[in-house]
Design a protein around this ligand. Sequence first.
Ligand code: NAD
Length: 289
Amino acid sequence: MGIYAVTGSASGMGAAVVTRLRADGHTVVGVDIGATADVVADLSTADGRNAAIEQVLSATDNRLDGAVMAAGLGPTPDATMFGTIANVNYRGVVDLLEAWRPALAASGNAKVVVFGSNSSTTVPFVSRRAVRALLDGDTESAVRRVRRLGKRASPLVYAASKVAVSRWVRRTAIAPEWAGAGIRLNAIAPGAVSTPLLERQLDSPSEGRAVRSFPVPVGGFGTPDQIADWVQLMLSPSADFLCGSVVFVDGGSDAYLRTDDWPRPVPVRQVPRYLARFARFSRRTGRGG
Ligand code: NAD
């Protein structure tokens, strides 16, 4: 049986994952701002993130078989929350996983699932510069860029945080210190799932209409248990060959809105960069011609 850290353990999909892991006999250290968590920490602040990092390492004796990063805040029109959303959804994943990496490597076969969102591909007008600023560790500049859009900014900080965290997963998962250390790092991108986060959006006059009218080809909303099924699979040996993937479980919204955008062949102008990466891998691993 394994030892897992789960953030966002007090509610919604994180709570469903905790229930599933414990039912399978695993040990789980839940992290949340909610008072019922094993480790109570506010992931929007550096102090809270450091406390979560240290307390999980001490509770697990520096060895983790996996981590599920489900803590997150949804979109809100309240501009005073934009920095908090970016910090929880991006820094609350990246800072913790970077610090836990040696503990994940210690297990030799760890699996990590990060919660992205299908907002990363279905929300228009997400600022590339805001995404880049998040990836560069500059939350304030990312938030400043989005705030300039005024009322339209509501879903954009959330979507930017989910693009950035998904991109971080793809960049990081393939690195020798991760893939080469036996760690399988992947993201799940849910669509609308019935949780307190979604309920809050449905209750908001500005967000509710957008959520209800959003195209979902299979109809309705997903359930936390349906998502927990996928997370369970992504934590299992079935995921040994899964690396840097962003798995969309969204009732078909992304396929409907972005039908022909993916898979995307390598554009001609990117071929030199593509070949350079190819060659770098061959040199590093000694494989190939
Ligand atoms: P939820 O609100 O039910 O659970 C989120 C948990 O994160 C809560 O327990 C909350 O206390 C915790 N959290 C929030 N701020 C925190 C902070 N500062 N420090 C520590 N913990 C904090 O939401 P959910 O719908 O289960 O969301 C889980 C993840 O899935 C989130 O990352 C969310 O962005 C993502 N997501 C949700 C949906 C959806 O429709 N519900 C869709 C796509 C992606």
